[in-house]
Design a protein around this ligand. Structure first.
Ligand SMILES: [Zn+2]
Length: 201
């Protein structure tokens, strides 16, 4: 067992704010999370930051992607608020599973934490794609369309009841992915996350 696996990782308020701010950039940004050098109590810092470059996406041939040179156990990337989907892509999930890693994705909705360290069932890409497309429907309902270049309303722009329905729908879709594929994932809405002093991964 490595030393790192005994540590309870967390990010501090400053980094939560940085992650949010990075989603406002035009291009996708990615990097590695590493334990802070001098205090090994689990505090993670974001390192090796890269900015999106043009790379052909396997699924969408025109997307600007951020390509990391290497990966640590925990890695991070953004989905820019204006142009990108607000949930993980098929490739994001596969990358996490392949590396038995933890993937953190900052999107318009919030911070996604995807944990793929444990044994995960063989992934049928079609099944995964279909499950993720359910988020696409929710996002479209909220007004986002990459094709029409429109941005989503945020959760706060809907009335309380609609907000609750949308959130429940997202949570149910996440549960479906957990149940079907065994991937541990969680969406932490910005409104809950930005107010924290310490965010435990
Ligand atoms: Zn992604």
């Amino acid at each position: 067992m490595s030393i790192e696996s005994k540590v309870q990782y967390y990010i501090d308020k400053k980094l939560i704010n940085t992650m949010y701010a990075l989603t406002l950039e035009e291009l996708e940004i990615c990097g590695n999370l590493k334990l802070e050098e001098k205090n090994k109590d689990g505090l993670l810092k974001l390192d090796d930051l890269m900015v999106g470059d043009i790379e052909l996406d396997v699924y969408k041939k025109t997307r600007l992607r951020c390509k990391q040179k290497f990966y640590t156990h925990i890695f991070f990337h953004t989905h820019p608020q204006k142009t990108a989907r607000t949930y993980p892509s098929v490739e994001d999930i596969l990358k996490c599973v392949k590396r038995k890693a933890i993937s953190i994705i900052a999107t318009r909705w919030g911070l996604w934490i995807i944990k793929c360290e444990s044994q995960i069932k063989d992934i049928d890409i079609k099944v995964l794609d279909d499950l993720l497309k359910k988020f696409y429907k929710i996002e479209n309902y909220m007004g986002f369309s990459r094709e029409r270049n429109t941005s989503s309303k945020s959760f706060d722009e809907f009335d309380l009841r609609t907000r609750q329905i949308l959130l429940n729908d997202i949570i149910n879709r996440i549960e479906e992915i957990k149940g079907t594929l065994g991937i541990n994932m969680k969406l932490n809405l910005w409104k809950d996350t930005l107010s924290l002093d310490k965010f435990i991964i």
